[in-house]
Write a protein that binds this ligand. Sequence first.
Ligand code: SER
Length: 328
Amino acid sequence: MPRVLITGALGQVGTELTLALRERYGVSEVLATDIRTPSPDHPAASGPFKLLDGLDAAGLLSTVQEQGIQEIYHLAALLSAVAEAKPALAWHLNMQSLINVLDTAHACQCRVFAPSSIAVFGPDTPRNLAPQLTSLRPTSMYGVTKVAGELLCDDYARRYGVDVRGLRYPGLISASAPPGGGTTDYSVQMYHAAARGEPYTCFLSSNTALEMLFMPDAVRATLDLMDAPRESLRYPNAYNLAGMSLTPAAIAAEIRRQLHRFDLPHFEVEYAPDPVRQAIADGWPSSIDDAAARQDWHWRPAYDLRRMTGEMLSALTHHPTGGIIHGT
Ligand code: SER
């Protein structure tokens, strides 16, 4: 049973991964860390928590040593839209915190999970079904840090034998914690607006297709990848991961189709593309080929748009209907 440390535990992925890891290994075995203190009702506050900045190399090393940590899930990062606004900070934070985690892992013989992203792709990548092995020439600073991060992880694995693994997460949709500063955040904001009975102004155009995944699938993929035998992994820190290729219009239409189940009023969406985020999205593929993940560690997403929408609206409205759909 590994002792686990999570950086960025209050973020969108960290919130749900903290819960999943505590369920799996026991509450006291999982140390949640972030640069902010959790509110008392946040899942990270349900067990051990420590204020820790991934840029504080000495603090990270001493925490891992003192606590006998064996696995680090490094989730702290600046996402794409914020990184475009603050490129120097994004490079520093995303790269230096990863170096600190990898150095600590090398020194303490920890395993590491370090996520990558669909942001590694760029305009030269095939737009449909972006392959596992393809051109990685991103046109966003976030993408630059993710490509560099994948290569750095490869280097620590080759040079020092650090067992570091990662997935190229697509846009992640979840009901519990909001994403912060990404290009795919519109999807989560759309569900929140619909659940409040409010209109929504979308910052991407209606037909911008991007790969998306529901958080329970993303958490399961993360745990499955960490469980897989290392020798079966051809791309340990960079697996393409796909769920569903969605446009804002498709999500809005599915929300509208299910409004009646949750006694919600009509849902209005306007489109006012934000130039920065639209340009980031236009540089990413519209769908991802995850055949390698399916072959190497038997990845299969469980949620489609219909099922995810039912669960999102159910969770956000606390509606007794529940997310289960018996054919609407
Ligand atoms: N969801 C992320 C973003 O939009 C992509 O990895 O920045």
